[in-house]
Design a protein around this ligand. Sequence first.
Ligand SMILES: Cc1ncc(COP(=O)(O)O)c(C=O)c1O
Length: 387
Amino acid sequence: MNSDAYIYLDYNATTPVDPEIFSEMEPYFKEHFGNPASAGHPWGWKAENAAERARLQVANLIGAKPNEVFFTSGATESNNWAVFGLVSKLREESPTEPIHILTSNVEHSSIKNSLEALKMQNVEVDFLPVNQYGQIEVETVRKALKPHTQMLSFIWMNNEIGSINPISELAALCKEKKIYFHTDATQAIGKIPMNVTDLGIDLMSFSGHKIYGPKGIGALFIRSKDPKVQIHPLLYGGGHERGQRSGTLNVPGIVGLGAAASFCQKNQVEETARLTQLRDIMWVKLQMALPGVLLNGHPSERSCNNLNITLSCSTDSLLPRIQNLGVSTGSACGTGQAAMSHVLKGLGLSPAESQRTLRISLGRWTTEKEILRAVEILQNAIPKRNT
Ligand SMILES: Cc1ncc(COP(=O)(O)O)c(C=O)c1O
């Protein structure tokens, strides 16, 4: 995947489409171009069958039923839909009842900004602090509950620092208190085994382009039983996706998401083990090469592919010297604004420390040779401290 000169280490930002997955998608751009809503001819049937097969593949990966998977344009839409759709439904049911939502101060901006927007619509939202590793603690959540708390939304695996939240405990707390539980699983899916039915998750967002599928496709899981979760649509129109999400289905994207899910299901254990090993080798080598380097996020309860590190010099001065390394300074899922990352701030880093912080994320095509070379490049680029 990488040439000698360039080493891509930004798989948390996006992944290339796996050639195997692309070859499954390709016919759906060309000969099988039909609209799944065209019920009267074989072009429509072919497209509909492909979308339903993909729905099953996605459902199988997350332990859901196919009718609980709704295709969207990506995790940003899924996150918006989960929170706006639930609030709208709750308001229809009990127009005068106050709504309180709990989340954390290290969520992806698509949850953070959706919930900030809901605050402007008189929804009470608390952005709870995380611990030193960037994880939300169940006790913090328990203490923040109010009689009118209706929803918890917590990221499963943090996109910047890789820390993993205690999702099963949070879901159990929600069950106990009869509160809806949403999780943004965009970075977790395909990296750890998950079963939404057993865990008691009500709503879960994810995306294709973090698991070697295409961009512009994602899904929202909506629980159908125990309890049956009902949310209002975000997009109204022709009533696609059983009336829940209108818009002509992105069939090639859906086929890609399904194939990506199926690949993850078959290879997740092996792939996670390989990446964990590479990540750990890289961290050991980084500490040897860059004295004083610090790891952000939890040391072990973290993504198999993520290292978020604080260096001795600012990344602004470093980037021109490491241009052949594809790494990220902050969250590349945003628009690249220079503002300090709210995740690093939530973790307690100062603005100066955050300016010295890099996210390195490994993936399917990362080799040991590449990570050793990447460490060497960083070592050569960082000014030596006078001892
Ligand atoms: C945790 C998380 N949530 C949501 C998103 C948004 O996903 P999408 O690009 O599919 O809208 C991303 C990455 O971009 C992410 O890492």
